[in-house]
Write a protein that binds this ligand. Structure first.
Ligand code: FE2
Length: 256
């Protein structure tokens, strides 16, 4: 495991990919992911600890849905623009990621699954599914922090593979934290395909491994991308912290 100081040293010294085998890329992403581990954020425990009547408020659930779905939407839309994966073999691997999100049996998608999970627990959703379109236009409906995450995902996913890696590496952690917090009030939510399929099929662990494997292949041929890839990963992880802070604020307000 690489410690945080070596990341900072490298930044200060400028990029020096030859100093470090590209195989250690996944360790560097793990350091960033650990530092920004979603489940450490107070939002999840605070949601679990809400009085039942407050947690069942349709507007509260609708506000949580808007922020969380917007952040997820931004990353799902941005994956289509990932760079450096243009060879036939890489396109096949990229396609599998699209299929996991948007090519589910019966025309289903993770987006629709998430909305159904929230509607089934009584959420009054503030936007219809197809209103999650152009990410920049979506920002008009969002607070500053969530809009920042959406804008950053849109620009950084298209520039380097680091943001995708770090989000995939962290996603199993927040999926489990969110499912556990909601299940305190809505035990049946664990059966919703959004969570159940993901956990039973190990989807996010697979995405984490795949994103790291693919990115290491790219970095082997393009070591000049090393510093930018890590820098963008850290910026994305930091912005995701902002999303959990907004969600915490929403829950705090509901608890008052
Ligand atoms: Fe994923």
């Amino acid at each position: 495991m690489i410690d945080r100081h070596s990341i900072l040293d490298e930044r200060q010294a400028g990029t020096a990919p030859t100093r470090e085998p590209v195989e250690q890329f996944s360790d560097r992403i793990a350091v960033i992911a650990a530092e920004h581990r979603p489940s450490r954020m107070p939002f999840f425990n605070r949601l679990a600890a809400l009085p039942g009547s407050a947690a069942r408020n349709p507007m509260l659930l609708g506000r949580i849905h808007l922020v969380y779905q917007s952040a997820m939407h931004a990353t799902r839309a941005a994956v289509y623009y990932l760079p450096h994966l243009d060879s036939p073999a890489m396109r096949k691997r990229k396609l599998q990621i699209f299929v996991d999100d948007d090519g589910l049996p019966g025309g289903d998608t993770h987006h629709y699954q998430l909305t159904r999970a929230f509607r089934n627990i009584g959420a009054k959703c503030l936007l219809e599914d197809e209103e999650f379109g152009d990410p920049i236009q979506l920002c008009r409906h969002l607070d500053r922090e969530t809009a920042h995450f959406v804008r950053l995902a849109t620009s950084l996913y298209a520039r380097s593979l680091g943001p995708w890696c770090v989000v995939e590496v962290m996603s199993d952690d927040w999926m489990r934290a969110l499912a556990s917090a909601l299940a305190v009030h809505f035990p049946e939510i664990l059966k919703e395909p959004y969570f159940a399929d993901c956990f039973s099929q190990g989807v996010e662990e697979r995405h984490a491994e795949e994103s790291l494997a693919v990115t290491q292949m790219v970095l082997r041929g393009r070591p000049d991308l090393w510093a930018e890839t890590l820098r963008d990963a850290e910026a994305m992880a930091k912005a995701l912290d902002g999303v959990w802070k907004v969600l915490d604020k929403i829950v705090r307000t509901a608890a008052d």
